[in-house]
Write a protein that binds this ligand. Structure first.
Ligand code: TNX
Length: 513
């Protein structure tokens, strides 16, 4: 594997390449090594190097505060002084110049970018999202730590994603994840050009989003958690902060309020949401699923509840798509509830997502479904034009082990777990209406930041490439070469990743498994 990847890399240095061999070069050529994840669409090596001066002048000819901030933070982390960006004449003497500019090239689409390293460094895109991706590519090309002599290979990259939805679903309901951890995860996602963070905010074991008209949801529902897990909840201000933090990094936070099932925390907070004969109204900390339900026989109670919750959710989250859950519930009124809720979301100007089970309901074709059981028959929904978010559990449920039998992991979907190679092997092409993919971290068995890091990394890097790079251009041998070489970047970000043997990563004190 090593030999083949090195050979590809040497070819890459020689001239114009694209596809699987584009972004790996021989480790010997360390000064000009190019290791990018996800693999860019096209990369042309120009030959020679650009040596970075101690001072860099950043020239921004557009309104892209997020991209400018990301670039400056990258440079500062490397101890590179950034000259006043001001007028061009002020920076004429600066030895190294980096330009961020909007370019009107339709071929770049909504998220594409062009990065040219020659006598200077030019980053161009049509959108701020594209410029942010260009900055992340530059960040991967630069060293992870301050270094006396920084050289970059002269090259040109033209890049754009295969899929517009490249996501992570984080279950903060079973076990809470603090704001700081979510921020760190957003920073790390951005490095790999992931652009959707789906927060599973409510479930049986906890309700994590403050709803001012229903205060007991967090007073009672926020105080519980899965056994061994963390309780807690986010204030609306904290969530607004996270939305802005993510937005500045090109990431949209997609909230999920899971209804009509997975609602024990809500029922324990407001007993009237349950049917009158329901006698189990206690907070829940177990592992079972599929036992709780809003009382669908009381539409006069349940629909105003959902509506009022949604009003507050939508005021916090600008995401066009809003996830309404809908998983694992069998009830005669289920289809009607899903259809009604989808209309509610639509009437409020947004688009609903449901887990795949929602496809039994009669909804408009713009409703999205999230596919999670590999064998689920979603064909009829696809036929009707429904778009899909792909999260088949045997590839993307990263609460499953990095390897078979990993402690504190599930294996109900796949006995062998979901190793890096398995995830990478996913082929989205048979799903013509897919908008993209999402890896899902459920937290019944993930109770600490360190455990979350271990489940997320390096598998999220593979998820990012599956969503960004067309299947035909991807080779696992090449991916592991590039990802393995990015270890210093992961270390610099303090990621407690799984020491994945395929990447040649040995466990050390910093990365206990
Ligand atoms: C299935 S995926 C669930 C979750 C669990 C997960 C555990 C889905 C829509 N439902 O409630 O946390 O399995 O792997």
């Amino acid at each position: 594997m090593g030999f083949k990847a090195v050979l590809c890399g040497m070819l890459a240095v020689a001239g114009v390449v694209s596809g699987s061999s584009a972004a790996a070069v021989a480790p010997e050529a360390s000064a000009t090594a190019v290791h990018l994840v996800p693999l860019p669409q096209s990369l042309t090596m120009r030959g020679g190097e650009l040596r970075f001066a101690d001072t860099v002048a950043v020239q921004v000819d557009t309104q892209s505060p997020g991209a400018e901030a990301a670039l400056e933070a990258t440079l500062e982390s490397l101890g590179i002084a950034v000259a006043d960006a001001g007028a061009v004449s002020d920076v004429d003497d600066a030895p190294t110049r980096i330009r961020l500019q909007r370019v009107d090239d339709p071929a770049l689409g909504d998220e594409g970018y062009r990065l040219v390293i020659a006598g200077d460094v030019q980053l161009g895109a049509r959108t701020e999202a594209g410029l942010l991706h260009a900055v992340q590519t530059l960040r991967q090309l630069l060293p992870a730590q301050p270094q006396a002599d920084i050289r970059l290979p002269r090259l040109e990259i033209v890049d754009a994603p295969a899929y517009r939805w490249r996501g992570l679903s984080l279950d903060v309901a079973r076990s809470f994840l603090p704001v700081e951890y979510v921020e760190r995860t957003i920073d790390r996602m951005a490095l790999f050009k992931l652009n959707r963070l789906h927060l599973h905010l409510t479930d049986d074991q906890g309700w994590r989003i403050e709803i001012k008209r229903w205060p007991k949801l967090v007073e009672i529902g926020g105080a519980s958690a899965v056994k061994g897990g963390r309780s807690g909840w986010y204030t609306q201000d904290e969530l607004r902060h996270l939305v802005a933090y993510a937005q500045a990094r090109g990431i949209t936070i997609v909230p999920e309020i899971d209804v009509p099932g997975h609602v024990q925390a809500a029922l324990a907070s407001y007993n009237e949401l349950a049917c009158d004969d329901e006698d189990n109204l206690a907070p829940y900390s177990g592992l079972e699923v599929g036992f709780s339900v809003l009382c669908l026989d009381k539409p006069e109670v349940v629909y105003p509840f959902v509506q009022q919750v949604l009003e507050e959710v939508l005021a916090i989250f600008p995401s066009q798509e809003i996830h309404m859950g809908g998983d694992e519930i069998k009830h005669p009124l289920y289809g009607e509830f899903v259809a009604h809720t989808a209309r509610m979301v639509e009437d409020m100007g947004r688009t609903a997502i449901f887990w795949e089970e929602g496809s039994v309901a009669d909804t408009r074709p713009d409703v999205l479904f999230q596919f999670w059981n590999d064998g689920y028959d979603i064909a009829a929904a696809v036929e009707e034009g429904h778009r899909l978010i792909l999260s088949p559990c045997s590839y993307f449920y990263i609460d499953h082990g990095n390897y078979a039998g990993q402690p504190q992991t599930y294996d109900w979907c796949r006995k062998e777990g979901v190793p890096l190679a398995r995830l990478y092997a996913f082929d989205p092409t048979p799903f013509p209406t897919a908008v993209g993919i999402e890896a899902a971290l459920w937290t019944e068995l993930v109770h600490t930041d360190a455990a979350a890091d271990n489940r997320l990394w390096p598998r999220l890097a593979a998820a990012a490439e599956v969503a960004w790079t067309p299947k035909a251009q991807r080779r696992y041998e090449d991916f592991v070469q590039r990802t393995g070489a990015l270890r210093p970047h992961l270390d610099a970000m303090g990621i407690g990743y799984h020491p994945e043997p395929d990447l040649g990563w040995q466990p050390d004190a910093a990365t206990p498994d």
